[in-house]
Design a protein around this ligand. Sequence first.
Ligand code: PEP
Ligand code: MG
Length: 538
Amino acid sequence: MKIGIPASRGYAIGQAFIKKHEELKITDEKVTDVAAEKESLRRAAEASKTQLEKIRKKAFESMGEEKAMVFDAHLMFFDDPEFMGGIEAEIDNNGSNAIKATNDVMKNYVAIFESMDDEYMRERAADIKDVSKRLMNNLAGIEDSILIQENNTIVVADDLTPSDTAQLDKEKVIAFLTNVGGRTSHSAIMARTLEIPAVVGLKDITEVVKNGDILIVDGIEGRVYIDPDHDTVTKFIALQEAHNKEKEELKKLIEVEAVTKSGKRIEVAGNIGKPEDVHKVLENGGDGIGLFRTEFLYMDREEMPTEEEQFESYKYVLEKMENKPVVIRTLDIGGDKQLPYLVMPNEMNPFLGYRAIRLCLDRTDIFKIQLRALLRASVYGNLKVMFPMVSSLDEFQKSKEIVEECTKELKAEGKEVSDSIEWGIMVEIPAAAVMADELAKHVDFFSIGTNDLIQYTLAADRMSEKVSYLYDPMHPAVLRLIKMTIDGAHSQGKWVGMCGEMAGDETAIPTLVEYGLDEFSMSASSMLRAKQVILEQK
Ligand code: PEP
Ligand code: MG
């Protein structure tokens, strides 16, 4: 039996599928047989083309001609005499191995494109990286996708990125296990959204489990049983049944309002990553959406979503929620969330770096597209917008200036914008919590992002299983900051919610109710249990 960090509740029994984490190695090793190396290059280019043609076909069927054209551009590189010729010349002239030659040619191209003034041309650097990476992976024989064949599969991986998790075949994957990560890493959050059990931080699970092993996953206690005996299986089937029964029982609370014994009405809202997730929130009786992580609209694709695509997504959620509050967070990319087509700087500490609002205030071209889409969608429901990772008033005010600019533009174009949108910030940097009473004079609301607030307060990386023992939501320093934020908001008559995972933590809810938190937002699967706890509070 292996013990890790329970990341998503529930039990699963199934077959292991090991997702290998194969790192591409680029070495200086010279080749002796130049002709053979060029033949390998030719074969890898052919394989890359075949893969891209398949992806193009899939994109055409699901998203139409315009989206599919991106892959035409990628395909063209393989017939481009300068690109392919450049790689061959590196092999011919310097005896470089094909992977190193590709990497060198890619670096030259990327440097040229990134130094261009034109935004469009700068973005092309990402295309070249993509194409070159595919070619290098094929040269190294590395597979690039999670291909799940069997039903009842339990994915076992060193780590899963949010986009890996988004790609999992939900029909076949019933649980996942990872070596690294903590409760608030984004793959764990995704598991809760998908309502599949997960255990993370298992350290060496990829070493001790083999493909096809039968596994039992206990996502409540964080336990994994490998090739369990008959008695263990029987015990877990009983536990699974009890768990399902408990879930059934909780359904009685769907229509019940979360009111404390002393009569305070508390909002229980849902966190979503994709527009379709709204259905689970409604099915579980959510009072609203407390966090729409819009960066998921940007993932799992080859280019930025357009204003129109984003508008449709926001409108969909607002309409489905029928005037219930919908808090949409602007793009929070960086940290453990990356976009394949957005070139990001290499940083020592990406969670402390170029991320979220910092990136948006720098790349106003990207930010404005999202803001325009949000403003246009605002007339379809009860929209509240918040900015992530705000550390000072200045960032909020600069963001609001861009909002004003977009509003003016839209009105000049004859488009309607609601004048009752609320504008808030996430309080997830200790500086914002400390300054909450001041910030509250300017914003309409706060939402406390404890996933980040805890890691920054305790200097304990939310992704690291090694320091997960320090990552404690109930640490007095964290609790003080939460209380300061709530008091700060209330001193100015503003409401305050929490959308970090702590909001759905049954052991933390009583304290948060006592502090006066107005809204609790969490994955849909946690909402009914949270409601039950709130109903028991004074
Ligand atoms: C948080 O930091 O608590 C939060 C909700 O944002 P994210 O988990 O997306 O960083
Ligand atoms: Mg955060």
